[in-house]
Every structure is written in C-alpha cells, then in structure tokens.
Design a protein around this ligand. Structure first.
Ligand code: PGA
Length: 252
C-alpha cells in the first residue's frame, strides 16, 4: 500500500530561529492528534539538523531541498547527499522546477543527484511538471513522461521503488492558480501508467505521487480525494503552522 504524504517546502524562507519556532509550534499543534499521513518538512540546509532534533521521536521527517551532484571534494558552496543524511534528514527534494529553471539543472545532472541520494539512504522526492505553454500546446503528457524517463528510468526496480514523485505543474506554483482536481487526477493516473509500463503494476501501485502547485487549506481536500493523488508538496501554505495543519488534516 502506498503512503499518503504531506510535505512542506519552505524554499528560501525563514532564518534558523524562525524555522525552530515554526517547528516547535507545529509539533505542539500535532501533539495528541491522529494524523493519517506522513509529514515531511523541506527546510534550507542550515536548518536541517536543528529542525530534525525538534521532531526527533515524532512521525515528522525533515527533507533537504537539494543536494550536490558530486560525492565530495572541491565544490565550494555545495552540500553532498552524505552531509544531508548526517543531519538526520530522511528525504531530499530533487528536480524542483525552480532548480531546473534558475540553476539550469538538466535531466542528466538530476540522474546523478538521485543516485547519490539513494546511495546515502535518502528518499528523493522527485518533481516533474510542464510549463504553461506546454500545457496550452497539449504537450504536458509528453513533457512529464520525458522528465521521468530521462532522469529515473535507468534505475533498478529496487531503487525506483524507493522514490516519491511530485507532479507540480509549473504554471500552478506560487501563482494561486491550482490545477483542477480533474487535471491533477488525469496527470497522476498518466504518471502511474508510465511507471507501470516500465516497472510493472505493483511498483506503480506502491509509488506515492504528490500534487504541488498552490495547494492550500481550501483546495487540499478536493485534490487529495482523487484516487491517484497521494498527498501534496506544499510551498507557500507550508510557511505557517496554522495554514499547514489543515492541509495535513485534509488526508483521511
Ligand atoms: P506553492 O509551491 O505551493 O507555493 O505553489 C509548491 C512547490 O513549489 O513545491
């Protein structure tokens, strides 16, 4: 059975102190509540170990938002997958559209990052999604299939089975424009079918596929009620505990 997951992505927001105060507040809000999903918080690198300590012993995990495409060495400013794992983080977001667009991350480079993450026992949350003109010209399925194939489909079955996929239509990220429940379900079903064709039905059925892009307390329930939507990757609405909590509670 695949897992339901709600993951926050703080992006480049919050000082360390603000991150800790968020974490303590969220921990308090979740105390004694029944949560029906795994909760992951994607923080900047420098917050990871302190935030992981706050959530130690709870069901909340911490994720990095990136890692280097090299193992170690003279790569000034980079943070390796091994370093991320040493903080207590269990996941790493890879292939986010902001990294693809602003830092020119290519499918080839992402393939290397995924392999390094897996060999350091980190679970990649691998993002795919089309830009607006690709959707408008009806290329969205083709684009998403290519993103999966180019970075992930050389993995062994065992390795692929460890991944979490996030479908994030780029036109919906930070824009307030959410994909409709139908558009999300249609693409998630397509992703699952594409995985099934490559790795078989069992692996496809067990892969969690999250939706991301202006997901919030108001639309989460409708999005998450689709059979192939296994939760969300939340940006803006993950920055305040009181806004994030109802999204976590939207999973039932
Ligand atoms: P958003 O971001 O929820 O602010 O649209 C989602 C993401 O980029 O992961």
């Amino acid at each position: 059975m695949r897992k339901k997951i709600v993951a926050g992505n703080w992006k480049m927001n919050k000082t360390l102190q603000e991150g800790l105060s968020f974490s303590n507040e969220l921990k308090g809000l979740l105390d004694n509540k029944t949560i029906n999903c795994e909760v992951i918080i994607g923080t900047p690198f420098i917050h990871l170990s302190e935030v992981a300590k706050v959530f130690d012993g709870t069901k909340i995990h911490v994720a990095a938002q990136n890692c280097a495409n090299k193992e170690s060495g003279a790569y000034t400013g980079e943070v390796s997958a091994a370093m991320v794992a040493s903080t207590g983080a269990k996941h790493v977001i890879l292939g986010h559209s902001e990294r693809r667009a602003y830092y020119h991350e290519t499918p080839e480079l992402l393939k290397d990052k995924v392999l390094l993450a897996l060999s350091n026992n980190l679970t990649p949350i691998f993002c795919v999604g089309e830009v607006l003109n690709e959707r408008e010209s009806d290329k969205h399925f083709e684009v998403v299939a290519a993103q999966l194939k180019d970075s992930l489909f050389k993995l062994s079955k065992e390795d692929f089975a460890k991944l979490i996929i996030a479908y994030e239509p780029v036109w919906a990220i930070g824009t307030g424009k959410t994909a409709s429940a139908e558009q999300a379900q249609e693409m998630h079903a397509f992703i699952r079918k594409t995985i099934s064709e490559k790795y078989g039905e069992e692996i496809a059925d067990n892969t969690s596929i999250l939706y991301g892009g202006s997901c919030n307390a108001g639309n989460a329930k409708e999005l998450f009620s689709n059979p192939d939507v296994d939760g969300g990757l939340i940006g803006g609405a993950s920055l305040e505990p009181v806004k994030f909590l109802p999204i976590i509670e939207a999973i039932n």
